[in-house]
Design a protein. Structure first.
Length: 162
């Protein structure tokens, strides 16, 4: 196993915080669970964190981002055995009904293949604590200042030369 997959016994999950100019972020509803999550997942051998985040976002939403267009938000402690490496990307407010999760899992008991994510939505930053797990909400609202991230992603008007 590569040091990128495990570092000090910790797994690495990579994802993208997709932000709209409306100060909302895209969340995915986790199939069979109550909570919503970012599009994210494990890094594969030979991938950079940005490449893993782009792949996972594409698999879980259908949205495609160029790795070089991402803003690196950093690596965060997430669980006892997993860290998150998050990136930000600006996006128009895409219709959630147009999104689709291609990655699946086998449901225990029924052996049915189900999508990892079964719904999508744009949500205000101040709703994260009610929608996400407490750990994800802590990363997104305490470790990060998403309001500042949204502002930093907005295009600045060009300055005219004097």
């Amino acid at each position: 196993m590569s040091l990128k997959l495990f570092f000090g016994g910790r797994r690495l999950s990579c994802g993208i915080v997709v932000l709209a100019p409306t100060r909302e972020l895209l969340l995915c509803h986790v199939t069979g669970q109550r909570h919503w999550d970012l599009p994210k997942g494990g890094i594969h051998e030979g991938e950079t964190p940005a490449e893993a985040a782009v792949r996972e976002t594409m698999e879980e939403t259908g949205l495609v981002f160029a790795p070089e267009a991402l803003v690196d938000l950093g690596r965060f402690a997430y669980t006892g055995k997993k860290d998150l490496h998050l990136f930000a990307a600006p996006s128009e407010r895409v219709d959630p009904l147009a999104l689709c999760c291609e990655s699946t899992f086998v449901e225990r008991g029924s052996s049915r293949r189900l999508p990892e994510m079964d719904g999508f939505g744009w949500f205000a930053i101040d709703r994260l604590s009610e929608l996400c797990t407490s750990r994800m909400a802590a990363v997104l609202t305490q470790a990060l200042d998403l309001g500042r991230v949204v502002e930093a992603l907005q295009p600045r008007p060009a300055r005219l030369a004097a």
